[in-house]
Design a protein around this ligand. Structure first.
Ligand code: ADP
Length: 429
């Protein structure tokens, strides 16, 4: 029994625990239900609010629908109106098409007319321009005529004055021509006088040349006598003379030799103007070759260096030309500087109507003031003891250059060089 009770008690305890657990579950469920209720109540409130909003929205929509219905009715009316207007426009368009065609036709006509007018305008413009030109030309021609008329009037006036002037001058001229006649006669007689004088001068010149030739020729005669007798005295009587007398005789002998040289020079100089034959085809190279051969000993002795450019073939007096070149070359050697090698260069250039030759040296040179003087006869710049010579050489050269229609001059730096130039202008002789 006890066991049964115990068993029953245990069962009851278990049942109690079961109940207690179920109660707890129920309490939880009740709590959850309460929360769910609260939730539902909230949702219901929300739905009620939404329903109220929907009612308002429905009313709004109903209003909008009414408005749209009204607008649709209006649109129907407006459509009808538009359809009517479209019909009207179609009619108008058809009318416009016809009108356009009409206008197009008119335009074509107008274009044709315009083209015709353009042509006509151009024509008119051209005619107008022509007329304007013509008018301008006429204006100029008118001015010209007016000017010419004025000029003619002036000229007529001037002619009247000139006529009067001429009449006056004629009178003057007549007086003058009478005076001139007298003067002419005087001039004619003066001319005759001058011609006479010129002929006389030619004769005198010839006489002078002859005279100087004869004089110099005849002077050599007594001089020769002096020279030979002094030679004889010195040869045969020198023992009878003291030294001083011998010295004096030697001076006389030297002076006689020098005088003979001078007279010979003068003789040659006076012979220069005698009529000679101008020769064509004178080869200057040949002349120079001969001269170098002639001066060979002197060239070797002085160690002078002569360079000659190829020279031309010219028209000249051959002997005189050789003399000219010869004098310039021998002077270039003579007036060299002792301390340096003497260099002499001969060249030429073609000039209008002839040739210009140059003989250049590196010698003692000539001072500015003496450049003209040296070409005068017997003019020397140095003492005989320094440089031998008669002072005739360059006077010769001058006369020969002039004989060939040319001239001679020198360009020089004293102590440095002398460049002698001469021209031969025989092409125009
Ligand atoms: P010469 O030679 O007989 O003295 P020229 O008439 O030939 O006479 O020369 C006149 C002078 O001109 C010479 O005395 C000399 O003083 C000067 N002279 C001529 N040629 C030269 C030269 N090449 N260089 C310097 N002086 C010169």
């Amino acid at each position: 029994m006890k066991d049964k009770l115990k068993e029953t008690t245990e069962k009851l305890i278990l049942a109690n625990k079961e109940l207690a657990f179920q109660n707890e579950e129920k309490a939880k469920r009740a709590a959850e239900l309460i929360i769910a209720n609260i939730e539902l109540a909230f949702q219901n409130e929300e739905k009620a609010k939404r329903a109220a909003e929907l009612v308002v929205a429905n009313k709004e929509l109903a209003f909008h629908n009414e408005e749209k219905a009204k607008r649709a009715a209006e649109l129907v009316i407006a459509n009808k109106e538009l359809a009517f207007q479209n019909e009207e426009k179609a009619k108008r368009a058809a009318e416009l098409v016809i009108a356009n065609k009409e206008l197009a036709f008119q335009n074509e006509e107008k274009e044709k007319r315009t083209a015709e007018l353009v042509v006509a305008n151009k024509e008119l413009l051209f005619q107008n321009e022509e007329k304007a030109k013509r008018a301008a030309e006429l204006v100029i021609a008118n001015k010209e005529l007016a000017f010419q008329n004025e000029e003619k009037e002036k000229q007529a006036l001037e002619l009247v004055i000139a006529n009067k002037e001429l009449a006056f001058q004629n009178e003057e001229s007549e007086i003058k021509s009478e005076e001139l006649n007298i003067t002419n006669e005087e001039l004619a007689s003066q001319n005759e006088e001058k011609e006479k004088r010129a002929t006389e001068l030619v004769i005198t010149n010839k006489e002078l040349e002859q005279f100087s030739y004869l004089i110099s020729h005849d002077l050599r005669e007594p001089l020769l006598t002096i020279r030979s007798f002094i030679g004889l005295i010195l040869d045969e009587h020198s023992e009878e003379m003291n030294d001083e007398a011998k010295k004096y005789f030697q001076f006389v002998s030297d002076a006689a030799v020098r005088m003979d040289d001078l007279i010979k020079g003068l003789l040659d100089y006076s012979r220069l103007s005698a009529a000679k034959q101008l020769n064509d085809g004178i080869d200057c190279n040949e002349i120079l070759k001969d001269l170098v051969a002639d001066y060979n000993l002197l060239i070797i002795k002085t160690k002078a260096v002569i360079t000659i450019e190829p020279l031309p073939i010219i028209k000249a007096f051959p002997l005189e030309l050789k003399l000219l070149f010869g004098n310039l070359i021998s002077n270039a050697i003579k007036f060299r500087k002792k301390e340096i090698v003497s260099e002499i260069h001969i060249s030429y250039k073609k000039i209008t109507a002839g040739w210009q030759f140059a003989v250049k040296d590196n010698g003692i040179g000539i001072g500015e003031k003496d450049k003209e003087k040296i070409f005068l006869i017997f003019q020397r710049l140095h003492k005989r003891k320094d440089y031998e010579g008669t002072g005739i050489g360059l006077a010769f050269c001058k006369k020969i250059a002039e004989l060939h229609g040319g001239r001679i001059w020198v360009e020089s730096i004293l102590g440095e060089s002398s460049h002698f130039y001469f021209t031969i202008l025989t092409e125009r002789l």
